[in-house]
Design a protein around this ligand. Structure first.
Ligand code: ZN
Ligand code: ZN
Length: 180
């Protein structure tokens, strides 16, 4: 009977780590992330080169837990976020540059509520005046220009960290009617 290997070598930093028979490849979450992120300049997008989900977000599994690469990148740089989601300033779901990431707030959920029509229509139509909105009137004008230019609604939604429904509302003139 062969003895179970107690230590394995990290595939990123090369240091031995206790693996207790489980082959996870890397000594830490950080090494698991760094091994598959192509780090570039401080202002560039740092691309995840591992597996991605259907929305383009980097994903990996470690000890039976699935992790989002950009979320791990944010949390390693800035600390744990709890329930909040991590959004991209750049329009690049595979980007793991902590400088391009920011935490979503409870307001994102409010924005979702608007788009799902759970708020009275008159409050929705007033847009920015509603406490829940994370978009400004300037954002809305910029978003309209991008819609007219033919950009995908999904891409715009991702960059502004709102739901696709929120962008659809702007596109169809259902929300932000007062913004000229
Ligand atoms: Zn390591
Ligand atoms: Zn980026």
């Amino acid at each position: 009977m062969t003895k179970k290997r107690e230590f394995s070598t990290c595939g990123h930093c090369g240091s031995p780590y206790p693996c207790a028979g489980r082959r996870v490849g890397y000594c830490s979450l950080e090494c698991a992330l760094r091994s598959r992120v192509r780090v570039a300049g401080p202002d560039d997008c740092w691309l995840w080169v591992g597996a991605r989900n259907d929305r383009g977000y980097g994903q990996f599994r470690r000890f039976k837990t699935f992790h989002y690469a950009h979320r791990v990148a944010y949390e390693l740089a800035h600390g744990a976020l709890g329930e909040r989601q991590v959004c991209h300033r750049c329009d690049n779901p595979g980007c793991c540059n902590p400088a391009h990431l920011f935490p979503g707030t409870a307001r994102d959920n409010m924005q979702d509520m608007h788009s799902k029509g759970r708020w009275p229509a008159d409050r929705v139509a007033r847009g920015e005046a509603v406490g829940g909105s994370r978009l400004t009137e300037d954002d809305v004008r910029a978003i309209r220009r991008r819609i007219v230019a033919g950009e995908a609604l999904r891409a715009i939604a991702r960059q502004y960290c709102v739901s696709q429904g929120a962008i659809q509302g702007i596109a169809h003139g259902k929300t932000w009617k007062h913004v000229a």
